[in-house]
Design a protein around this ligand. Structure first.
Ligand SMILES: Cc1cc2nc3c(=O)[nH]c(=O)nc-3n(C[C@H](O)[C@H](O)[C@H](O)COP(=O)(O)OP(=O)(O)OC[C@H]3O[C@@H](n4cnc5c(N)ncnc54)[C@H](O)[C@@H]3O)c2cc1C
Length: 363
């Protein structure tokens, strides 16, 4: 495992279709989409039967200046809160994204493709009926530490794209993944080429280092595939996902973060009791899945422990006990280093010499 990882701030988008895990483009909001829930909890009426005065346009009320145009992380957090307070449609984690007040001509000229896809998957016409959306995973801002040439902390290994930490700070701006993919891709390609060209000699492929690593991994595969026990890897994966989604995404309380880390350590213990219950590993995904799960548990601890340590709110990291950004103490990058005893956390100063940070304010 590469040694250095940077804190994984996690971005959650507000607008996936309910139950379909597909994204409604942010442009639906920028084209005038209004987010709302019924004013009365557990209102069972159809959206179209609820009159305007009985609808709670929560972003418009809470942020009169920006309304539905607040940035994605604020919209997501408000949806989360509204749903946690019991106002979600049908008591679930979902709200309406309403474009029915726009003319068909306008919607067709600006959002036709997006709305057609919604209609095909949901069998509801967003021209006539408000769409139902909910927050879901969107992006991880952190990743492998890289230097200016996209080199990781291991010589000869380069990283680019969503897997490196370098571009987005605590909150990626909309549509900016392209920067990390395109820029990082170009730089890492050239850097890797120059690295190889500059080597006095390449590694002799017969060096034992490869064989040692291969036999270690084969040994691990063998023992995992023969292991017997009472645990199911898919269920452990689900349990990890539930804890991480509930406690380490949009709202991050210290108690919940500590509980999550305790749970993750418990899951790591239980991993040793996994029974893959498989006779034909050639045609099955169970072994690669279990191997990935082991790494996911390690990374989940990185995300959780870094969030626990950071007692402030910044970008996509929102901690209710510490709702303000605290540049004096926390304008720094978190680094997690892999050790056999779990992630070790340290910090690196952030260079703000070119742009002085200012607080984000939307009210
Ligand atoms: C729903 C959604 C909507 C988005 N919308 C936008 C948008 O509008 N604008 C925008 O800029 N960004 C958007 N993003 C983010 C953007 O799509 C991603 O950040 C970007 O595609 C990441 O590209 P990548 O090449 O770095 O990584 P990926 O596309 O994740 O590629 C990584 C590849 O590595 C492979 N892989 C993983 N593990 C292994 C392994 N062990 N061995 C071999 N291969 C492996 C994976 O299968 C995958 O093909 C969106 C993301 C989501 C989830």
């Amino acid at each position: 495992m590469v040694g250095l990882l940077i804190q994984w701030f996690v971005q959650v988008i507000h607008s996936l279709y309910f139950n379909k895990l597909r994204l409604i483009s942010e442009s639906a909001r920028s084209e005038g989409g209004r987010l709302w829930v019924p004013r009365a909890r557990e209102d069972k009426r159809l959206s179209t039967d609820i009159p305007d005065k009985e609808r709670w346009y929560f972003l418009e009320e809470k942020y009169p200046k920006y309304g539905n145009l607040v940035p994605s992380d604020i919209a997501t957090r408000e949806i989360f809160q509204v749903c946690l307070d019991g106002y979600g449609i049908d008591g679930k984690m979902q709200v309406y994204l309403d474009l029915t007040h726009k003319s068909t001509a306008e919607l067709n000229s600006r959002l036709k493709g997006t709305l057609d896809i919604y209609k095909n998957f949901m069998r509801e016409d967003p021209h006539k009926v408000p769409m139902r959306v909910f927050p879901g995973m969107h992006y991880t801002m952190g990743g492998l530490w890289v230097d200016i040439n996209q080199k990781t902390s291991l010589d000869g290994i380069y990283a680019a794209g969503e897997c490196d930490f370098s571009i987005h700070g605590a909150n990626r701006l909309g549509a900016n993944s392209l920067v990390s993919c395109v820029y990082g891709g170009i730089v890492s390609g050239i850097s890797a080429f120059n690295y190889v060209k500059g080597l006095e000699k390449t590694l002799d492929i017969s060096e034992p280092i490869f064989e040692i690593k291969r036999s270690q991994e084969e040994e691990f595969n063998n023992s995992l595939s023969k292991q017997t026990g009472v645990e199911n890897a898919q269920l452990l994966h689900q349990e990890m996902g539930r804890y991480m989604t509930e406690n380490v995404t949009v709202i991050r309380g210290n108690k919940q973060l500590q509980d999550t880390d305790n749970k993750l350590q418990e899951l790591q213990e239980r991993f040793n009791q996994i029974d893959l219950n498989e006779s034909n590993f050639w045609a099955s995904q169970s072994l690669p899945h279990a191997r990935s799960l082991r790494n996911m548990l390690e990374l989940a601890r990185v995300i959780t422990l870094c969030a626990l340590a950071r007692n402030e709110s910044r970008g996509a990291h929102y901690k209710p006990e510490f709702p303000e950004r605290d540049d004096e103490n926390w304008l720094k990058t978190t680094i997690a280093t892999y050790t056999l005893n779990g992630p070790e956390v340290s910090y690196q100063e952030t260079d703000t010499s070119l742009v002085t940070p200012k607080p984000r304010k939307y009210n």
